[in-house]
Design a protein around this ligand. Structure first.
Ligand code: EPZ
Length: 436
């Protein structure tokens, strides 16, 4: 690791949990230009995919996040070594890889650890991966991952909290999902890449992160058709080889930075982003009264003093992402009128509501719908982050709340945002991290 990278290593890169807080002084209108980083949700499955073939991999535009270091810790359990070659580049070496168990103590900290299931089964014919368990907003089953492995011919049991999957050899098959799952689509793609014959995934997830994973697998020698569509066809190949890749931009981080403009009546440009990945989000910013300029690799939002009230319903991509739901709830909490937010992906992803109400928001939840009555203003208070996107929403609300908002448990934030407070500060926010 170069001396510069060593100096700047934030706690996020070391995987330690911090009890830091972020304190925001509200009332500043944000303006300026800021770059989005690489995508967390694109990097995680690509890192897991390195288990499919021995060799050395080079990845660029890799964000410095707690979840990335958790996945690197997971890979290390399989004898995989990794090193940062600069702040946002990683070298992965899988030449001394061996099969092992994906332990509960790691999987419980990050559900995406389950992405090792498909690659291990494909590589070794056997995988032992801890069940992730629940999360802040209730049960998050993995039945579709298991269904997918079984469709490819694996025998899967649950043993003392572990998924135990075995297969002498995997063979192609058709897997059709009732609901579109990002994680299960990714796992099946990785398992099917070297399975005998053809696999068809119907109602596959088509999130940009899945398309990026498929493109990476193709670079490793896989044969996959239908990229970007809900029907993926994988023609199994005997073996794969290492490949290099640049991570796609983080559309959710970019959406969050643009929401900071929208909520403060600001004028912000986000660069290093693919506007086509944010289609539904940008349309909602426009519906809420902002003017949106889309360029090749950047987006600019110029917002009115107060957003208009709108209706939002989350959907699988290319619909409105559930990972932007909390941020829009913060925005609409000061909207001019009554808004509604329906989350069809996680019907109980509303742990941020009570904390926004502490800042003076007026929100009523019925089933998977939040009715948000816009208020004139919010007032700063101590609030507690409950999960990754909820923590971003509380910081956004703090940007306009009168006085100071102190957000605790920001270790949630560090899982998916690299130095968000510094990026917002560069746009004119009065915000700082208080080390604890
Ligand atoms: C991915 O999670 C993202 N995580 C999530 O982002 C995101 O919220 C989610 O997709 C939906 O867009 C990563 O990419 C690492 P799913 P994933 O399988 O793969 C149900 C963030 O903030 N389901 O698409 O776990 C599930 O309960 C995170 O960065 C089953 O029923 O999501 C949900 O209702 C949070 N059985 C729906 O499908 C299964 O086996 C979609 O889940 C799998 C999923």
């Amino acid at each position: 690791m170069s001396s510069k990278a060593k100096e700047e290593t934030p706690k996020a890169a070391t995987g330690t949990i911090t009890m830091d807080e972020i304190w925001v002084q509200g009332g500043r209108r944000l303006s300026g230009s800021v770059a989005a980083g690489g995508s967390k949700n694109a990097t995680l499955p690509v890192l897991a995919a390195t288990l499919l073939a021995p060799g050395v991999y080079h990845f660029t535009n890799v964000p410095v996040l707690k979840d990335i270091s958790t996945m690197l810790q997971m890979l290390a359990r399989f004898g995989v070594t990794s090193r940062r070659t600069d702040a946002h580049s990683i070298e992965i070496d899988t030449r001394n890889q061996k099969n092992a168990e994906a332990p509960y103590e790691l999987v419980k900290t990050m559900r995406a650890s389950i992405y090792v299931l498909g690659p291990l089964l494909a590589r070794y014919g056997e995988a032992r991966v801890s069940l992730p368990g629940g999360c802040a907003w209730g049960p998050r089953p993995v039945d579709l991952h298991i269904k997918g492995m079984e469709a490819l011919g694996a025998v899967v049991d649950i043993d003392h909290g572990y998924i135990v999957a075995k297969a002498d050899s995997l063979r192609g098959s058709t897997v059709s999902f009732d609901i579109s799952s990002v994680g299960a689509t990714g796992n099946i793609l990785m398992a099917a890449a070297t399975a005998a014959g053809e696999t068809v995934i119907e109602n596959a997830a088509s999130e940009p992160e899945i398309t990026a994973l498929a493109e990476f697998l193709v670079a490793m020698g896989a044969r996959i058709e239908g990229l970007g569509s809900p029907r993926l066809v994988v023609k199994g190949v005997p073996e794969l080889h290492p490949a290099d890749a640049a991570m796609i931009p983080d559309r959710i981080e970019a959406g969050t930075l643009l929401a900071a403009a929208a909520i403060t009546g600001g004028d912000v440009e986000v660069t290093n982003v693919d506007p086509s990945h944010l289609g539904a989000v940008l349309t909602k910013f426009e519906a809420a009264g902002s003017s949106v300029e889309r360029a090749d690799r950047s987006v600019r939002v110029r917002a009115p003093e107060r957003p208009e009230a709108i209706a939002v319903t989350t959907q699988p991509y290319p619909g409105f992402p559930t990972d932007m739901q909390a941020q829009f709830m913060a925005l609409l909490s000061v909207g001019d009128g009554a808004s509604s937010i329906v989350d069809t992906i996680y019907t109980d992803r509303f742990t941020h509501v009570a904390e926004l109400e502490r800042l003076g928001a007026d929100i009523r939840v019925e089933g998977n719908t939040a009715f948000v009555q816009g208020v004139e203003s919010l007032s700063g208070a101590p609030v507690m982050a409950t999960d990754l996107r909820a923590s971003a929403a509380l910081i956004l609300a703090g940007l306009i709340a009168g006085g100071e908002t102190r957000v605790s448990r920001v270790y949630h934030l560090d899982r998916g945002y690299e130095r968000l407070e510094e990026k917002l500060s560069a746009l004119g926010a009065s915000i700082r991290r208080v080390r604890r």
